[in-house]
Ligand binder design. Structure first.
Ligand code: LMR
Length: 330
């Protein structure tokens, strides 16, 4: 009898220990690393994601957001993700050159006529297919996030492509963007986002291409007297995670995290819409930088010079993707 009692109490103690361990199990930590300021579409989307997770999954999931290249700059974040040092990131679509050819489609100059066309393509079958274009590299695309159309900022006034000849432009790590600047006889330099302001300020480079929100939030307009409103390309993001991390999550948790992420992306897209107007206006109001508006004929010269890049990359990217993107303009 005594033995039986001892056995029962040992069993009870063991059960209590197990349940204590379960309830004390540490939450899943999601480190979200990005390179832009908090007052940008991506910065705001990350904050919203954290808020939603805190509200709904407190104790189970913890989100830590690292803006402004605090944790990893854009050259390092994908490698860090594959090593398990960061679980979520949203690099610009121009930064996946090393991992897939097809995503280069988003860099083709003058491919999308506006952000509605970008949205239509991303939501369509071909755009959705591209989310998984790096699966064999251990990366999953969880969704697209908008920033907006790119403008050209420079130390001199750029009205026609010849004005950019021989000038140095910082670009993201994309071969298409490199070809785009070569097409106008300019000198592109692949540099991380965190270095752009200093490169411009010290005049180590003459210009760069970016969206209104990045030009505003990183103060590029304070060191670039001219911004040509060219809308020549798109700067959007792919929210990525590693297959290992994502598939290792319990499926119910994975579903809840994805739901919060979708909502945060929808919120970030709204911020992107607003900022493409308000940050442009802030720059105008600052009077630090003159906005150069192109006539249709001047814009056509940029299109004519840059568009041959499409053909050059057609095979690598896949004609069917380019055709689908063109169709999204209708
Ligand atoms: C850039 O490097 O210019 C952008 O990709 C930065 C960003 O993430 O918006």
């Amino acid at each position: 009898m005594k033995k039986k009692l001892l056995f029962v109490s040992l069993l009870a103690a063991a059960t209590m220990m197990v349940s204590a361990t379960v309830s004390m199990a540490s939450p899943v930590v999601i480190k979200f690393s990005h390179v832009v300021a908090e007052n940008t579409p991506k910065g705001q989307m990350a904050v919203k994601f954290k808020e939603l997770i805190d509200e709904r999954l407190a104790g189970k999931v913890e989100v830590e957001v690292f803006p402004n290249s605090q944790l990893f700059g854009d050259n390092k974040v994908i490698e860090a993700m594959l090593l398990g040092d960061v679980q979520l990131a949203a690099p610009s679509l121009s930064k996946f050159n090393k991992y897939t050819d097809s995503l280069q489609i988003f860099d083709l100059p003058f491919l999308f006529k506006d952000m509605d066309a970008v949205e239509k393509f991303q939501k369509g079958a071909k755009g959705q297919e591209l989310l998984m274009s790096m699966k064999n590299k251990g990366l999953i695309g969880l969704g697209y996030l908008h920033n907006g159309l790119k403008q050209l900022s420079a130390s001199d006034k750029l009205v026609v492509p010849a004005d950019a000849a021989k000038k140095k432009f910082r670009i993201m790590s994309s071969d298409v963007l490199e070809a785009q600047f070569h097409a106008i006889d300019a000198m592109p330099l692949k540099k991380p986002f965190s270095e752009v302001f200093t490169l411009l300020q010290t005049k180590a480079i003459d210009g760069q291409e970016n969206t209104w929100s990045n030009i505003y939030s990183k103060k590029f307009y304070e060191v670039q007297p001219y911004i040509t409103e060219s809308n020549h390309g798109v700067l959007d993001y792919l929210v990525i995670t590693s297959t290992e991390f994502w598939m290792g999550l319990p499926s119910d948790l994975r579903g809840e995290i994805k739901q919060a992420l979708d909502e945060a992306i929808a919120f970030g897209n709204k911020v992107a819409d607003e900022k493409s107007v308000s940050d442009r206006q802030q720059i105008i109001d600052s009077k630090r930088s003159e906005i150069v508006t192109l006539t249709d004929a001047q814009r056509e010269l940029w299109v004519e010079s840059m568009k041959p890049v499409w053909k050059k990359f057609e095979k690598e990217i896949g004609k069917e993707y380019i055709d689908a993107a063109i169709a999204s303009n209708k």
